[in-house]
Design a protein around this ligand. Structure first.
Ligand SMILES: [Fe+2]
Length: 463
């Protein structure tokens, strides 16, 4: 029996195959460019390695791309055929891949969590369950998952820093910002390539409204993170969100064109970054030129793919705002068919489509048609159903902004005032939010309060 670099027994033809497996996981943990390419090395060394096939199946599902998910079924079939010769842990990985392939995402997580109870150093199970809890918006589960394994890790175990980084992100999404920042910075000190840990810190700074700190943090690590894979684009997007809140709109446009949408991309993170940024800019009344067109062209090829509700809503934004209303409507129709076809089937995303995907998509289309009363009708309730969409609080915020924008545009001045009162409590350091609040207060005749809000905005934006 061979062992991986953390000492876990692994069924393989040779240590070279196990080393290739470890290298592939290292690359995955560092959001590197070559994780998928390294699969070939495993395949060459041992085409019958159970964990090699599981890893291939997992990698084919992670990006939520239809052409890749099809390949995960082939890996699953091979892994299932090999499973009788594996260990109990390896057989559980095969079961987890099987559950993922039929869309039982919470079942998949339950299997990975059961692996971690007995094998807390199974860093693949650890990183994947962290990913999929996040994908589902299961935030307490994501936090508690990391809390259970942390005492079993120490600096001499390979990969320790990545585990600290995951813990940091899990705390950040649960609002425990101080500890999240401390751990995120610690993980980056251990290994600057740990861009996911760096991302946890970026989120803390975003959620605490520390936008200058956010720009500085990304600037400081830009050289290292440029060498990472596509996920680096998401970091540049975060920096641009900081610019946006600082009202440095030229810097936002520059980052858009030269850092995170430099050319049409098939990657879902790229699409989500860009679609959400254009939506924010549009709602601020800024001219985004023809930038919607290149995203919407990519999204138009995905009208029938229902792999992740969160991504789909970004496709709908690009299509509806990019003048392809029929394609946007076709996605909503496809979501409805997906729900009907998968009712009571155990497919985890069915409820998410039902309660969040479809309503928010319809609100986005209404927004694109300037039917703001309808946006308000839908989003007043739907905003509280959005967490299962996954993605971060910072990402889902684009649709909360859509509700506030609709209230303003529909001249529902008291509603806009109420929503902006709420927002300035939640984001007290957001200059643009205080300015919007001041405008709403003016429209309601609350001139004195408007003056105070405007002064607060000016102070924040000058700082
Ligand atoms: Fe993020």
């Amino acid at each position: 029996m061979h062992h991986d670099k953390r000492g876990l027994p692994i069924t393989a033809a040779s240590q070279a195959a196990v080393d290739a497996f470890d290298a592939s996981i290292d690359e995955f943990l560092a959001s590197g460019r070559d994780a998928a390419k390294l699969l070939t090395r495993i395949e060459d060394a041992d085409p019958e390695m159970i964990m090699g096939q599981c890893l291939r199946g997992y990698f084919m599902r992670l990006p939520s791309l239809a052409r890749l998910t099809a390949l995960s079924h082939d890996a699953l079939a091979k892994a299932q055929a090999l499973a009788p010769g594996g260990t109990d842990r390896e057989r559980k990985h095969v079961q987890a891949l099987g559950a993922w392939c039929v869309g039982d995402l919470r079942g998949t997580n339950a299997i990975w969590e059961s692996i971690l109870v007995d094998h807390p150093h199974d860093i693949l199970a650890l990183r994947l369950v962290h990913f999929l809890h996040f994908f589902l918006g299961d935030l307490p589960q994501m936090r508690d998952s990391m809390a259970r394994v942390m005492p079993r890790w120490s600096p001499e175990i390979p990969g320790y820093g990545y585990v600290v980084g995951c813990r940091a992100f899990s705390l950040e999404e649960n609002g425990e910002y101080a500890e999240a920042e401390r751990l995120g910075r610690k993980a980056v000190e251990i290994n600057e390539n740990d861009i996911w840990a760096g991302h946890a810190v970026v989120h803390v700074l975003e959620m605490q409204g520390r936008r200058q700190d956010g720009v500085i943090w990304v600037d400081e690590h830009e050289t290292a993170w440029k060498e990472r894979g596509i996920f680096a684009h998401h970091i540049w997007w975060h920096r641009a969100l900081c610019y946006l809140e600082l009202e440095q709109f030229d810097a936002v446009m520059n980052a858009y064109d030269n850092q995170f949408w430099t050319e049409p991309s098939e990657d879902n993170t790229d699409i989500c970054n860009s679609s959400a940024m254009l939506m924010r800019l549009d709602m601020l009344g800024l001219d985004v030129g023809d930038r919607w067109s290149s995203i919407s062209e990519v999204c138009a090829t995905r009208v029938g793919d229902r792999l992740r509700p969160f991504n789909d809503l970004h496709y709908v934004m690009a299509l509806a705002m990019g003048g392809r209303r029929d394609d946007a409507m076709a996605i909503v129709e496809s979501m409805k068919i997906f729900c009907a076809d998968n009712a009571n089937s155990g497919v985890t995303t069915t409820d998410t489509y039902q309660y969040a995907g479809i309503p928010v998509a319809e609100a986005i289309i209404a927004h694109s048609e300037h039917n703001y009363a309808r946006v308000i009708d839908i989003m007043r309730g739907a905003r509280y159903e959005m967490r299962p969409l996954g993605g971060s609080w910072a990402q889902r915020d684009v649709w909360v902004r859509m509700l506030i924008h609709a209230a303003t545009k529909d001249n529902q001045t008291e509603l806009a005032r109420a929503l902006l009162a709420e927002r300035t409590v939640a984001n007290p350091t957001s200059g643009p939010s205080w300015n919007m609040f001041a405008d709403a207060l003016d429209k309601c005749g609350a001139t004195r309060e408007a003056g105070t809000a405007r002064a607060t905005a000016a102070g924040l934006l000058a700082a």
